[in-house]
Design a binder for this molecule. Structure first.
Ligand code: RB5
Length: 145
């Protein structure tokens, strides 16, 4: 039987390592591949954000999840990729709207500013909400420069 699970590339820096591990254990209905980091030792977030962004951009994965302290470093890095729409989410309704309206393809979680409970809730919402298309597609088509 083919593997029909949604494929997720997940990565973090040291600040996001513990939430990454928690999400891997929690999101069992998805096919997650861990792009590191693999400990709480200090690392540079672009070394993990670029590989995740590239894998999503190349359509090897359906979505990405990136986690760092504020989510800004990983989001800024991922959004350098032409076909990436990385969205920082700190509450559930934002995760809902970045999927419905922005067709975000990478979720960025600020580990130092949300609880683990909220991080799990955000991830579930992001991964199970469809893009609405229509007028939102027109706006997305105008993003590139
Ligand atoms: C690491 O200390 C921290 O700077 C990083 O996780 C992130 O918040 C950067 O945007």
């Amino acid at each position: 039987m083919p593997n029909t699970k949604i494929k997720i590339a997940i990565g973090s820096d040291h600040a996001g390592f513990e939430y990454k591990e928690a999400l891997k254990a929690y999101l069992t209905e998805f096919d997650l591949q861990d792009f590191g980091t693999h400990s709480i030792d200090s690392v540079d977030y672009p070394d993990f954000a670029h590989p995740v962004a590239l894998a999503v951009e190349n359509k090897e994965f359906d979505y990405g999840i990136l986690i760092c302290g504020t989510a800004n470093g990983v989001a800024m890095t991922a959004n350098k990729h032409q076909h990436i729409r990385a969205a920082i989410c700190w509450e559930n309704d934002i995760a809902l709207l970045v999927r419905k309206h922005n067709d975000a393809n990478i979720l960025c979680i600020p580990a130092r500013f949300v609880s683990e409970y909220v991080a799990k809730e955000i991830a579930t919402t992001f991964l199970t909400t469809d893009f609405e298309g229509g007028r939102h597609q027109n706006r997305i088509d105008k993003m590139s420069c």
